[in-house]
Design a protein around this ligand. Structure first.
Ligand code: SME
Length: 319
C-alpha cells in the first residue's frame, strides 16, 4: 500500500533532497503543480506567469510513516509564514502548498496546519488544495543535489541529516503491535465458527493492546445496527442505516477515519469523552454483516496504518 502527496516547499532541488531521505518515503520526483498551462518548461515557469508551483511528488508507505509525521517534517523545511518566498528564492513559483489527491487526507492536513499555526504569531501562507495538475520537470532537475552535491540549495545541510535520521517511531511501533496482535488473533480464532465469540475476543485483544476508549462491534440485524461484543463504557444499542459514523460506514461499505468527531456531520456521541473514531465494515460475501468501531479520547488517533491493520482484523472474523 502506497500513498501520494504533493508538497511545494520553495526551490524543488533542496526540497526533494530533504523528503527523499525520510524513512518510509519510497519515491520522489520534482515537477510543477497547480498551474494553468500544459507541459510547462522550467523556463516558462521561471517567468512566474504560468501559475505553477515548484513541487515535490512523494510516494510513501503509511505503515512506516504517517501523513502527520511527513507534514511535521515539511514544516521544518519551510518558513510557513512567508508568502511566495523561501530563502532567497522569490516568486509565486516558490510558494508553499500541500496538494492532496485523496480527500480523506484533508482532515489530517487541516489538523497539521492548525497545530503549526499555533506555533506562530503571523498567519500561515501555506495553501492547502486538491491537486489540479502536475507535470514532471526536466530530467536535469531530478535528484539534482545527488548529481550536483555542491549545487545551489536554500536549505541548511543540517536539515538533510535530520531527514536521514528521522523515524516515525509512533507508526513503526504501532505497526509492530498490530502485526503481533494479528498473529495471536489468527491462532486464537482458528477453527472457531461462532461470530459473536470471535468478535468478543477480537474486541478484547484490541482494547487490551492499545487501551482505546471504546472498542467493539455493531452487528447488522435487519435494517439497523445492534450493539455487539465490546470493551469500554456503555454505548447506544441501535444505530440506523446511514446514521452516525457506524451507519455511514455500513452504507458506504468503506472504512471511515474520523480524526475529530465534532467535524463529522451526524456523529452519534455515545460518550462525550470520545474525540476521534474509526469504523471498519466487516464483510461477508460482498455485504456488510457488522462494523468494528473504535473510539479514542484523543484527536486524530487513527490513520491509514490503523485502517490497514483493522481491515485485516475484520477479515479474520467468520461472520
Ligand atoms: N460514534 C458512533 C456511535 C457508536 S459509539 O461510538 C460506541 C457513531 O457515530 O456511529
Amino acid at each position: 500500500m502506497e500513498k501520494q502527496l504533493y508538497l511545494a516547499a520553495g526551490c524543488f532541488w533542496g526540497a526533494e533532497h530533504f523528503f527523499k531521505q525520510i524513512d518510509g518515503v519510497t519515491f520522489t520526483e520534482v515537477g510543477f503543480a497547480n498551474g494553468n498551462t500544459d507541459n510547462p518548461t522550467y523556463e516558462q515557469v521561471y517567468t512566474d506567469t504560468t501559475g505553477f508551483a515548484e513541487t515535490v511528488r512523494l510516494s510513501y508507505d503509511p505503515l512506516r510513516v504517517s501523513l502527520t509525521f511527513l507534514l511535521q517534517m515539511y514544516f521544518k523545511a519551510i518558513d510557513p509564514t512567508s508568502l511566495n518566498q523561501q530563502g532567497e528564492d522569490r516568486g509565486t513559483r516558490y510558494r508553499t502548498g500541500i496538494y492532496y489527491t485523496d480527500p480523506d487526507d484533508l482532515p489530517f492536513i487541516r489538523q497539521a496546519m492548525a497545530h503549526e499555526a499555533a506555533r506562530h504569531s503571523k498567519p500561515l501562507q501555506v495553501e492547502v488544495l486538491p491537486l489540479n495538475n502536475f507535470f514532471r520537470a526536466e530530467d536535469y532537475h531530478q535528484d539534482y543535489l545527488d548529481v550536483n552535491p555542491d549545487g545551489y540549495c536554500h536549505l541548511p545541510v543540517a536539515l538533510f541529516r535530520e531527514a536521514r535520521e528521522a523515524r516515525d517511531l509512533a507508526t513503526l511501533q504501532k505497526a509492530e503491535k498490530y502485526r503481533l496482535l494479528l498473529k495471536q488473533l489468527q491462532s486464537l480464532l482458528e477453527g472457531e465458527k461462532d461470530p459473536i465469540a470471535c468478535m468478543a475476543n477480537a474486541a478484547a485483544m484490541l482494547h487490551d493492546t492499545f487501551h482505546f476508549w471504546w472498542t467493539g462491534f455493531y452487528r447488522v440485524v435487519g435494517d439497523e445496527l445492534v450493539l455487539g461484543p465490546f470493551q469500554g463504557p456503555v454505548a447506544c444499542m441501535h444505530i440506523a442505516y446511514g446514521k452516525g459514523v457506524c451507519g455511514t460506514a455500513w452504507q458506504q461499505c468503506r472504512t471511515l477515519l474520523v480524526p475529530d468527531v465534532e467535524q463529522f456531520p451526524g456523529h452519534i456521541a455515545c460518550s462525550a469523552a470520545s474525540r476521534s473514531e474509526v469504523v471498519v465494515p466487516v464483510m461477508h460475501d460482498g455485504s456488510v454483516t457488522a462494523v468494528l468501531d473504535i473510539d479514542s479520547q484523543h484527536l486524530a488517533t487513527f490513520d491509514y496504518a490503523d485502517r490497514h491493520f483493522l481491515q485485516e482484523v475484520a477479515a479474520l472474523l467468520p461472520c
